[in-house]
Design a protein around this ligand. Structure first.
Ligand SMILES: [Zn+2]
Length: 432
């Protein structure tokens, strides 16, 4: 299952998208309170936006806009809304996403394409190890996509290694849909309980939420740990509720494939201007064919590289590289631009580091400074030097390091009542 547009020359893909864009702009100018106001305010005549380049004439939409004007983004009356989804907003209150019947069909189509990119077919049986309820989009999208693909699905949900193994043995699925770190938990459980996981029916995993690859496409510490233990094919995906679209790696593992009929992607610099192909830019999206809550030039906050040369799988569509990090978390350090995930991958990879968190602050000359708090049982100068050398080798710069008791780092990572670890502490001026 591969739409013909995915192997057309890039000029064909561009004009195809420009046609779709026209329809989307017309829809927004008719139905969206938010965008009608925006067009009026900036005196934009949508009929004059003809090319993808013309999009630059329209001010981008931010996460704050979604939160502050949530209702104005919804383009359909209440009785057309089938499914309600929320995402965490920038200001505390969640943002609502409304899905119509057509949007659910679009989501199913998107996800079935995404499975197909990752070698999926009707012969597969997927074990769904993410939440399908709790107002999330992902689990529902997977279910709909698997159904459209004609494959089988076992909806186990997240956690519960015992039930996961029971389901694997009972139904013999060949694929996981999961957060990759959970695979390590499953391996651990199997080892403790004498389950021969390597001889199980599982052959591949569609992974979400955590990076499998570094920006140069090398494996992250996490995916290497999984692969060393268990030889299954790991497929990385990138998706979000706002996009309602997934970018999934094919077997070649060189970026998530773009589906031109579903979304327009731009990559913008700090001044909202397009970056060149070999530069990192903020993923900025325009949804196509979305009815309930379509978005125009929405800035996702994720920074990626993108690639246009045709893939070995035969697709000619743009590929999205691994996420370097969140734009807000960009660190300018000694002439190098860094994102926290690159630091995490180095720290995760070193033995004798029990835990850590990364602090960034503004120094006396007004530039960024990095201080890494490390909990370790091996507090020596040699070890400190070893860590710094490792940073220099990988990133060309070495941050400051401070050793602290493991318990103290633990307390900083999980402040009262927090379930999510606070690995990144931003104390810079003008940063949240
Ligand atoms: Zn490919």
């Amino acid at each position: 299952m591969r739409p013909t547009i995915e192997s057309q020359p890039s000029s064909e893909i561009k004009s195809f998208q420009e046609l779709k864009l026209k329809e989307q702009l017309f829809f927004l100018s008719e139905k969206s309170v938010f965008y009608r106001k925006l067009f009026k305010k900036h005196r934009i005549d949508v009929t004059r936006i003809k090319t993808l380049e013309d999009l630059a004439l329209i001010a981008p939409t931010t996460k704050d806009d979604l939160q502050q004007h949530n209702h104005d983004f919804i383009c359909v009356p209440r009785n057309k809304i089938i499914d309600y989804i929320t995402t965490s907003g920038t200001l505390g209150d969640p943002v609502t996403f409304a899905m119509t019947d057509r949007d659910l069909d679009r989501l199913a189509y998107n996800e079935s394409l995404s499975f197909a990119v990752a070698d999926g077919s009707e012969n597969d049986t997927y074990q769904l190890m993410t939440t399908i309820d709790r107002r999330f989009m992902a689990g529902l999208a997977y279910f709909l996509g698997v159904r459209k693909l004609g494959a089988g699905i076992i909806r186990v949900g997240n956690g519960m290694p015992e039930l996961q193994w029971d389901s694997i043995q009972r139904f013999q699925p060949n694929a996981f849909i999961t957060v990759p770190s959970f695979i390590l938990k499953l391996i651990e459980y199997a080892e403790e309980n004498g389950i021969d996981y390597r001889s199980s029916s599982i052959r591949k995993a569609i992974c979400i939420g955590e990076p499998l690859r570094n920006p140069d496409f090398s494996l992250t510490t996490l995916s290497r740990r999984i692969s060393e233990k268990w030889d299954i094919q790991l497929f990385s995906t990138y998706a979000s509720t706002e996009m309602g679209t997934a970018f999934t790696e094919c077997r070649c593992g060189c970026g998530g494939h773009h589906h031109p009929e579903l979304i327009i992607v731009e990559f913008l610099d700090e001044n909202d201007l397009p970056v060149k192909e070999n530069e990192a830019g903020e993923v900025t999206i325009t949804t196509l064919g979305v009815e309930g809550m379509p978005l125009l030039r929405f800035k996702t906050g994720d920074v990626c590289y993108h690639y246009h040369e045709p893939c070995l799988c035969g697709r000619t569509t743009m590929r999205l590289g691994p996420v370097l990090g969140r734009k807000q978390q960009m660190i300018k350090y000694k002439g190098t631009t860094l994102y926290p995930p690159a630091l995490y991958d180095i720290l995760d990879n070193m033995d004798n580091i029990v835990n850590y968190y990364v602090e960034v602050y503004t120094n006396s000359i007004g530039t960024d400074e990095i201080l890494i708090h490390i909990g370790s049982h091996q507090v020596t100068e040699t070890f400190e030097k070893q860590i710094k050398d490792h940073f220099r080798a990988k990133l060309r710069v070495a941050p400051q390091i401070i050793f602290e008791p493991v318990k103290q780092v633990e307390r900083a990572l999980f402040p009262e009542g927090s379930r999510k670890s606070m690995k990144f502490v931003d104390k810079r001026n003008n940063h949240k």
